[in-house]
Design a protein around this ligand. Structure first.
Ligand SMILES: [Zn+2]
Length: 573
């Protein structure tokens, strides 16, 4: 490719929102251009890289036995409604209406459509497993798209789906995908950490995320030196017991003229923070009030809470709701007796963190202004509707796995995920197969995703210097960046054109900077910015030094090799 003819040139200007390296370098290098917030055009250079990533993914995913197909982008809304997915995705789902008034969603993921497709073939146990995948455009109306290709509203994803007779069989494909993802990451030169994760909007039970550690990541992963790794929503830590041998004392009301913070309670009573009950009142998408209670020294993790109480969205209750509907007082909420104050039109659920089992004789509000309760004990004074782990992990907590080492928190980007979906879709959608005895059984599902743009951005995030991108050979847009200098000299112009033709004839993918009106310094800067692994320079100087100057993008030093040896040198690379 002649650089003079390439559509999409390098650019010096940076938009103000391009705060992270991959965003800035991909725009400046001429790989991507923004259309509107969170929507990017892949320019020819960017698309070349994307296609190479796709090809690596395709090869590895096919080793799991998966077959490629493609389903439409517009999904009838009824399919999503059958599995309640429209509610789970909520406002991040894009909707369109056709001329007949039929409603569709723009594919955010394709579990329901793939299951519907499999159902049409009425599979028997002999037809399973079915393992299929596609590359297609996905749409998610993210509230806060950011970081260039890292969080977007529209992107190409490889999404795979498996359909099995049971969990044991499912695990074989899950493991094969696990290996495929590790191999894909290796080929992209990405170092990954595999973490247990929360299934979120996809549904199901246990899943794993393949994370690339980088300080621009929006996700946080929790790691321990024992090898334990999980994402923030799933990570567990040891909740150290506090004076558990004490007997339960009598519940007491005391006057408490204080402010509304946890510190105000500590100051007034002279008791430790970890004996105070922290109360956080939420409202979920069904209008249920959810009172989360937790030991005073811990914080509530809202995703853990959502999973425990089976809510999709949570918001904090307003002061008016707390006073007018729950008849409590902000800053003085208590699980003790609060349910009796709520009329039958409203539902209130108490969700307790299991850390409240590690304390006795706690203190906190009473649902009355300036009155606190002492010696509050869970089980005796209040009974939670749900009890489990809803506590947020912080740096330095003791690992829940080895129960010895301290947990570390690291920023990361999710590169891929594998989901054990189970019956989350086949139950509501009647996704059945016929077993050996002719009975209908539910299909066991898995799903497997990798976003191409995010993988591309993750590579740039971990492969660049202050001058530009340093592509791994496996996905570089071109193998060789050939620069011609002194092109006004006819003999040089001819030599470099010959070299370019020789490279093409030898099937070497080459970008040739043939521009006449650009200074050498600018050509070198562009080459560094674009980041092709090998740079060849042919100039008066290189010829007088004995041939063609060759330099790896990842190295500082260049060397000169004879004109005739260039091809041999490159093919041995
Ligand atoms: Zn550990």
């Amino acid at each position: 490719m002649l650089y003079s003819k390439l559509f999409g040139k390098t650019s010096k200007t940076i938009t103000r929102d391009a705060v992270i390296a991959s965003h800035r370098l991909l725009v400046q290098g001429g790989f991507i251009r923004q259309l509107s917030t969170g929507r990017y055009t892949m320019l020819p250079l960017g698309l070349k890289v994307s296609k190479k990533i796709e090809e690596i993914i395709r090869k590895e995913v096919e080793k799991t036995g998966a077959q490629e197909l493609i389903v439409p982008t517009l999904h009838p809304i009824e399919l999503w409604q059958q599995a309640n997915r429209d509610k789970k995705f909520g406002s991040s789902m894009m909707r369109v209406v056709d001329r007949n008034g039929s409603e569709f969603t723009l594919s955010a993921t394709a579990e329901v459509v793939m299951l519907d497709l499999v159902k049409q073939f009425a599979p028997s146990y002999k037809d399973l497993p079915i393992n299929i995948f596609q590359f297609s455009q996905k749409f998610r109306d993210e509230a806060r798209p950011s970081g260039g290709l890292l969080r977007v509203k529209e992107f190409v994803m490889k999404d795979g789906y498996s359909f099995d007779i049971d969990e044991t069989e499912h695990k074989k494909i899950y493991k094969a995908y696990w290996k495929a993802y590790e191999d894909i990451a290796k080929k992209l030169d990405l170092s990954i950490t595999i973490v247990e994760s929360d299934n979120g909007a996809i549904g199901g039970t246990i899943s794993h995320e393949f994370m690339v550690e980088t300080n621009v990541g929006e996700d946080t992963i929790v790691k321990c030196s024992c090898g334990y790794a999980a994402n923030l929503e799933r990570a567990v830590f040891v909740k150290e017991p506090v004076i558990l041998d004490e007997t339960e004392k009598e519940l007491k009301e005391v006057e408490a003229v204080r402010g509304t913070t946890m510190e105000d309670g500590v100051k007034l009573h002279g008791l430790p923070l970890n004996l105070q009950i922290k109360d956080v009142m939420y409202v979920d998408e069904k209008g249920r009030f959810i009172l989360a209670v937790i030991r005073g020294d811990y914080m509530v993790n809202e995703t853990k809470l959502k999973n425990l109480v089976q809510s999709i969205e949570l918001r904090h209750a307003t002061e008016e709701e707390i006073t007018d509907i729950l008849h409590s007082v902000p800053g003085f909420i208590s699980p003790v007796g609060i349910k009796q104050n709520v009329d039958s039109k409203h539902e209130l659920i108490i969700a307790a963190d299991d850390s409240l089992r590690t304390v006795k004789n706690c203190y906190g509000g009473s649902n009355k202004k300036n009155i606190d309760l002492l010696n509050v004990n869970m089980g005796r004074d209040y009974k939670p509707d749900f009890e489990g782990d809803i506590a947020a992990v912080v740096e330095g907590n003791i690992c829940g796995s080895c129960k010895k080492e301290k947990l570390q928190l690291t920023k990361a980007v999710e590169f891929g995920n594998i989901f054990n979906i189970g019956f989350a879709y086949s139950n509501p959608m009647d996704g059945n197969y016929v077993d050996k005895d002719g009975n209908l059984k539910k299909i066991y599902m898995g799903s497997y995703g990798i976003g191409i743009g995010r993988a591309l951005a993750s590579v740039v995030e971990t492969h660049h210097d202050d001058k530009g991108i340093i592509w791994p050979k496996s996905i570089a847009p071109y193998q060789v960046h050939l620069i011609g200098i002194d092109l006004f000299d006819e003999s040089i112009r001819k030599q470099v054109a010959d070299l370019y033709q020789n490279l093409l004839d030898s099937n070497i993918d080459v970008l040739f900077d043939d521009r006449l009106d650009v200074m050498p310094g600018a050509k070198f800067a562009d080459a560094d910015l674009i980041g092709i692994p090998i740079r060849l320079v042919l100039s008066k100087r290189s010829l007088s030094n004995g041939g063609v100057e060759i330099k790896n993008r990842s190295e500082k030093e260049s060397k000169v090799i004879p004109f005739e040896s260039v091809l041999e040198y490159l093919t041995n690379q």
